[in-house]
Design a binder for this molecule. Structure first.
Ligand SMILES: O=P(O)(O)OC[C@H]1O[C@H](O[C@H]2O[C@H](CO)[C@@H](O)[C@H](O)[C@H]2O)[C@H](O)[C@@H](O)[C@@H]1O
Length: 308
């Protein structure tokens, strides 16, 4: 039976044990978090009926990998690779769609040479970069000149603004991301830097991708929605499931909803952050399934693999 929607508790900032109590239903002897929408139930039914026509796409940080203070320490959740490897032979394709450079996601995810994931695709830099396990090659176009200009100006700008200790710049090659998670007041630091970084990006023809305590200055022209649509088209998929946790994933949610409008059933998964301040309303209200972070998502995917 499908029952109570978990997100009212989520919005009140309820702790996850409470969320789990209201959000888990027993389905044919196995527990799966509730699918709270009709469209989501249609997506699950279509996926279970014909998994070979389904693609599964997942974001990396906060979805496949738990959030950690230093982005260089991010690693896939211990249950991630086993769950994906069980799903892979049954599905039409699995992709990781991330704001990370493709090579970083492959390294931090441990995807290279992973048993059972020989068909995995990683679409990095919001789809501008690509890695396929099949040949191990990364395809990454040259960044536009604005990125070098921003890289050069950023240190003096941060100094002028009095960016607090702990502010950290991640050089992503095609983009530069300024993180505030390791400052004493991450939200206050984020607010301080927000407008000046938007202005800097605009001066150099870049856009700002805001995320979980990060402001990324990157080239426009790619987003996770286009990346997902391209992957669905490439695999000739008739069902799509997407899981994410952050603002950058909203474009992929849009793509799934647009595909539904074209008759392709879809499932929207939200790996909701533990910290209420980091939850994204656009995902909270639209998700078909809300689970507590990467651990919850891996439990869901493992159950899904069982049912397949
Ligand atoms: O699209 P994603 O795979 O979700 O990547 C989004 C950004 O993730 C990383 O930052 C986030 O995760 C860090 C590690 O857990 C955390 O410290 C940080 O606060 C988060 O914002 C990554 O560093 C960025 O480059 C990605 O764009």
């Amino acid at each position: 039976m499908w029952s109570i929607a978990p997100f009212p508790a989520l919005l009140r900032g309820a702790p996850f044990p409470a969320l789990l109590r209201v959000g888990v239903a027993k389905v044919r002897g196995m527990s799966l978090p509730d699918v709270v929408t009709e469209a989501g139930r249609a997506g699950v039914a279509a996926l279970l009926a014909d998994p070979s026509r389904a693609v599964l796409a997942l974001d990396f940080d906060g979805t496949l990998a738990p959030i950690v203070p230093d982005p260089r320490d991010a690693r896939a959740h211990p249950r991630a690779l086993p769950a994906l490897a069980r799903l892979a032979p049954r599905l039409g394709g699995i992709a990781v769609i991330t704001g990370r450079p493709a090579a970083d996601a492959v390294r931090y995810g441990g995807f290279e040479g992973a048993s059972g994931l020989e068909g995995l695709t990683v679409l990095g830099a919001y789809g501008a970069e690509r890695w396929d396990a099949a040949d191990g090659a990364v395809r990454a176009p040259e960044p536009p000149p604005g990125v070098a200009a921003v890289r050069a100006e950023l240190p003096s700008l941060l100094e002028r603004l009095g960016a607090p200790e702990g502010t950290w710049t991640e050089d992503k090659g095609r983009a530069v991301a300024v993180h505030t998670r390791r400052t004493a007041s991450p939200e206050a630091a984020f607010a301080l830097l927000r407008e000046p970084l938007y202005a800097l990006a605009e001066r150099h023809g870049l856009m700002v991708e805001p995320g979980r305590l990060v402001l990324e200055l990157r080239p426009p022209g790619a987003d996770k929605g286009s990346a997902l649509r391209g992957f669905v088209r490439e695999r000739g998929a008739g069902v799509v499931a997407y899981g994410g946790d952050d603002l950058g994933d909203v474009a992929a949610y849009d793509a799934v909803e647009a595909l539904r409008g074209e008759g392709v059933p879809g499932l929207l998964l939200y790996a909701a952050p533990d910290a209420a301040a980091e939850r994204v309303p656009e995902l909270t209200f639209r998700a078909d399934v809300t689970v507590p972070g990467p651990a919850g998502l891996m439990a869901f995917l493992t159950e899904l693999a069982e049912r397949l």
